[in-house]
Design a protein around this ligand. Sequence first.
Ligand code: MG
Length: 377
Amino acid sequence: MRNSALAAVAAVAAAPALAGLYGDTPDAKHAWAVHDWNRPKPAKVEVDAKGVPSDAIVLFDGTKESLERNWRDDKGNPTKWSYSEEGYFYTVPNWKNGGGIFTREEFGDCQLHIEYRHDPNQLFTNKGPQMRGNSGVFLMGPAYGYEVQVLESYFTSSDLEGKDGFVDNYTDGQAGSVYAENPPMVNPANKPGEWQKYDIVFHQPVWEGDKLVHPGSVTVFFNGVLVQDHWEMEGQTTHCKRRPLKPHPKQGPLHLQDHGCVVQFRNIWCRPLPSRWDNLTHSNMSACPQKVMELRRATAAKLFAKIADPKAATAENVKALAEVVSYANEGEYAEAFQAALAAYRAKPGDANEVKGVNGALDVLVRNKVIPADAKIK
Ligand code: MG
């Protein structure tokens, strides 16, 4: 940032007089104005030495106790998966011997961090690529689930093609794929024996009754590399078939797949996220117009309640009421604003004061909240 810009930021921070009507006003898709001083500040989050945010729900911290507390089998009983004193847990060998593992807590839209590793000595080499350390991270559980594939995929790298050790595979089934839908954009898999990391941002499909409003999305960073770039789900992932999206409960367990292969897991945490549909300041895809207007009305009511005497014909009142109508130019707010403006217009203050009032009115005129001739001559 240039010095002049820094100075401008400092000046704004030191000048609360600039709070109030200032940037472009709320509209049908934005519950807040540009540079809105009424907009709530984000909650503070600390990140610990292990990289875990303070608002994350830790689902496995390396202790047996956290495995037992947070995970279960498909019927709610303690999991049969095994625990290692080295701080990871792993699938029971042999096909479906342990069954899948499920979080006791249920999640919807979320940010998920998970690490996994394949023991090179326990990788099948003769049962086909889909038996090389296959597991999977299922968002919303297996019944409705969206699987981010877990598989030994270092040896499926295109740069190894034709060389010793290369294992061919279908690309929408390798690690980092949204299984059966979309391959990872690149393959950043580490060798077996090394830990792999997924950071997943998941937004479930949004339905209004039987009408699909948005298909939801999966974003995946694989070992820190973006491999799924806000992939909009085509359906519920499954082998061989295109299974269309359909409405389902808004929360479900996180599920790690038992695919008959030994896979180790550690460092698992999850942050529930608000639906993008509830982000009330962002584009056609996300902001729900009815919810935007509800929030604008709530903010208008809060600001209106702070005005001691809405009928007082003062410059401060006109500016305060102008701010109220920038959120909701209707009903008692519109009436109070028009009355205060008319009263002030009949008996305006000095030129400097009028300039301040016109500054606020300018923002409303610029955003077509009020007509241009509403300004004070
Ligand atoms: Mg799988």
